[in-house]
Structures are given as structure tokens and as C-alpha cells.
Design a binder for this molecule. Structure first.
Ligand code: ROI
Length: 161
């Protein structure tokens, strides 16, 4: 059975917009997976002081991969695009996060879904809102419109799609 998955993309090094476009292409090449939609790109201030601004977006996948298999595949794309983990939370060429995975609630050491900081991340919520119906409700029962209304914008700016 194919499930509807949303993946958050972020980059703040090495031509971020180009990193995200390359990542969209790589997502479209994953096995047993279709890239169903992509949001516009957004600029946003880093949640951590002293880092360059990020470019962020959200992609919608329809996949038959299991959650941890998809996570492994996403980490493969991050590595292919030269991500170096110098420090946790440090600047990065590409970050791919599973935001939502169908109707599932996942709480495993490697993977928490819905993504644990979703409600504080305008750079995830606004691009996600482009891809879902008005009235969209997360698997944990929270309404996206409510999360949007409560979330600080942190310098979020919609860039050209
Ligand atoms: N801040 C923004 N704006 N976008 C991100 O993708 C992002 N990713 C991170 C931290 C450092 C928390 N801040 C971010 O990992």
C-alpha cells in the first residue's frame, strides 16, 4: 500500500536553492516512491543564532517503503550531497526530515513522526500548507491551521517556486 509522506528539506550551505532542487530530483528517483508534489522554496532565519539563513521546502512522496527504509534512503541522499556532520545542529548542505508518514504515529529512537518540532517551525508548516487541503489534520489530531496561527514566522519569506 502506498502512503502519503511529507519530507522537509533544508540547506544553508553551498548554494541552498540548488541543493534543494537536486534533492527533489533525487527524491523522484527513490525506489517504490513517486514524487507527487513540491512546495515553493522559502528563506528563513536559522533557529540557532550565528548561522546563515536557510532555504527550506516540503516534498510530498507516495511511497511503499517502510518508514525506516525511507529514513535510510533520505540519509543516503544527504550523504550523496556532501553533508558533513561537523556538529549537531550545525550548518549543513542538506537536511531531509520525515515530517508526516500517512496516518502513522512513530516513536522510535531514530524516528519520531509527526516530526517533534513541527509546531515551532514556520519553515515546515507554511510549505506543508501549500500541499494539503484546508482543514488538514495531523495524525495526532492537531489541525494544521491551528499550528500555523500559533507559530512565530522567524523571518520566513516565500521565494520563487
Ligand atoms: N532553521 C531554519 N530556518 N531552517 C532549518 O532547516 C533549520 N534546521 C535546523 C536548525 C539549526 C534547528 N535551524 C533551522 O536543524
Amino acid at each position: 500500500m502506498s502512503e502519503r509522506v511529507f519530507v522537509g528539506l533544508g540547506s544553508n550551505l553551498a548554494e541552498p536553492a540548488e541543493q534543494l532542487r537536486q534533492a527533489f530530483a533525487a527524491l523522484g528517483q527513490l525506489p517504490a516512491t513517486r514524487l507527487a508534489a513540491t512546495s515553493a522554496l522559502y528563506g528563513s532565519d536559522s533557529l540557532l543564532a550565528g548561522q546563515p539563513r536557510y532555504t527550506n521546502a516540503v516534498a510530498e512522496l507516495h511511497t511503499e517503503l517502510a518508514p525506516l527504509a525511507l529514513l535510510d534512503a533520505l540519509q543516503g541522499i544527504e550523504n550523496d550531497q556532501g553533508r558533513v556532520r561537523l556538529e549537531r545542529w550545525g550548518p549543513r548542505t542538506l537536511d531531509l526530515d520525515i515530517i508526516l508518514f500517512g496516518e502513522r504515529l512513530i516513536d522510535e529512537p531514530r524516528l519520531k513522526v509527526p516530526h517533534y518540532h513541527l509546531q515551532a517551525r514556520a519553515f515546515v508548516l507554511y510549505p506543508l500548507a501549500e500541499l494539503v487541503d484546508e482543514g488538514f489534520v495531523l495524525a495526532d489530531g492537531r489541525a494544521l491551521a491551528h499550528l500555523l496561527a500559533e507559530c512565530p514566522l522567524n523571518g520566513l519569506q516565500r521565494l520563487q517556486a
